[in-house]
Design a protein around this ligand. Structure first.
Ligand SMILES: Nc1ncnc2c1ncn2[C@@H]1O[C@H](COP(=O)(O)OP(=O)(O)OP(=O)(O)O)[C@@H](O)[C@H]1O
Length: 349
């Protein structure tokens, strides 16, 4: 058995989540006394555990292990042209309005940044763009260096563009489908996003023609559906999942928001919007429930103040929910999607 085979066996046996198994052989490399494992997800906890579980066996071979993350561009189902520099575009969608889609978008994006990713937010919610306020940038306007493309706004480590930065509020809400989807595709293509691992898109709520066309106009890598646990929201969330299935966009899972409320005063836990509904919906549609996020006044206060919880209090339990969600999302992508083949530049001799 070669040294590389021995290392690969040690890593495989020690990984109870079978993630090493799904990696190509080229993910493990040896350089002098160092072993490098390149993973396509952001999960510091898993990295730590694997190093801990394997270090004595790897040290016995005279080696030490370093785990590095390289987020690939995953394949999209569509023939729509990709957005230069943007590896993956993820739609955050909800069947029903007001379930917390924008709150989830902004905190999830910031959590991905905390895990080390380069992240952008596209606020495509024409009916009620929330990003300008949630990012504390209500008065900001994207600039332009060339008069043709826009420079996104930068806030809390993410770059962002929003219909709300560009159009007076009442104008966009009366747009019909073709105008709305044209605007979305224009913003996405005319913004200088730079190099991004993930562009998170806050979609308008609902599952009508506008959302359907928007989903088809953008080279979406995958979608996530946000719901509250009560029946009325679940029925709409289920329609949302079907909408993405119809246009062959993989749904990575369901996020149950406002799952339960813990009283600040007495600690009593109450399921204001019922409980477990997102989990049930996810298993009915054979999808993972990516997170069950509590209903907590701080989430609301922080986004109203333009400093989302993950930035305001990164060490808090409320932020931990989002860091786990962000991690889980990247792992689901790595498990269920296929990385795009690397384009090898051929030099002319
Ligand atoms: N987990 C939560 N705990 C407490 N408040 C929350 C939570 N999630 C969202 N909210 C609050 O609920 C309200 C609606 O949230 P948000 O704007 O994110 O929903 P939305 O689904 O994007 O709405 P719309 O579809 O109208 O754009 C906001 O005031 C937000 O601060």
């Amino acid at each position: 058995m070669t040294l590389l085979e021995k290392v690969s066996k040690i890593l495989g046996v020690s990984d109870c989540d079978n993630r090493v198994e799904m990696l190509p052989a080229s993910a493990i490399t040896l350089e002098a006394t160092k072993v490098y494992l390149q993973v396509p997800f952001l999960d510091p906890h898993w990295n730590e555990q694997l190093v801990l579980k394997t270090q004595s066996k790897i040290a016995a071979l005279g080696l030490s292990l370093t785990i590095e993350t390289d987020i690939p561009a995953f394949q999209t189902q569509k023939s729509t042209a990709s957005v230069p520099g943007v590896k993956n575009i993820i739609a955050i969608s909800s069947g029903k309005g007001g379930v917390g889609k924008s709150t989830v978008t902004v905190n999830l994006a910031l959590a991905l940044v905390k895990l080390g990713a380069k992240v952008g937010i596209l606020d495509a919610d024409i009916y009620g763009p929330s990003m300008p306020i949630m990012l504390g940038q209500a008065e900001a306007r994207p600039g332009s260096h060339d008069g043709k493309t826009m420079e996104p706004i930068t806030a809390h480590g993410v770059v962002a563009n929003s219909i709300g930065f560009l159009v007076p509020k009442d104008d966009a809400t009366v747009w019909r489908g073709p105008m709305a989807s044209k605007a979305l595709s224009q913003i996405i293509r005319e913004t200088q996003w730079g190099q991004l691992d993930y562009l998170i898109v806050d979609m308008p709520p609902g599952t009508g023609d506008i959302q359907l066309t928007m989903s088809q106009q953008v080279p979406l890598t995958a979608a996530v559906v946000v719901t509250t646990p009560q029946n009325i929201a679940l029925a709409d969330a289920s329609k949302g999942i079907s909408m993405f299935e119809k246009v062959s966009i993989p749904v990575l899972g369901v996020i149950e928001n406002m799952s339960s409320h813990v009283c600040n005063q007495c600690g009593h836990e109450e399921a204001i919007f019922s409980s477990g509904g997102g989990q049930t919906l996810a298993s009915e549609r054979t999808l993972p429930c990516l997170a069950q996020l509590p209903l907590h006044i701080q989430y609301r206060q922080d986004t109203d103040n333009g400093l989302p919880t993950v930035s305001a209090e990164p060490e808090s339990v409320l932020s931990q929910h989002y860091l786990s969600l962000a991690s889980r999302l990247t792992v689901e992508m790595a498990k269920t999607l296929h990385a795009q083949p690397q384009v090898i530049a051929v030099k002319q001799l």
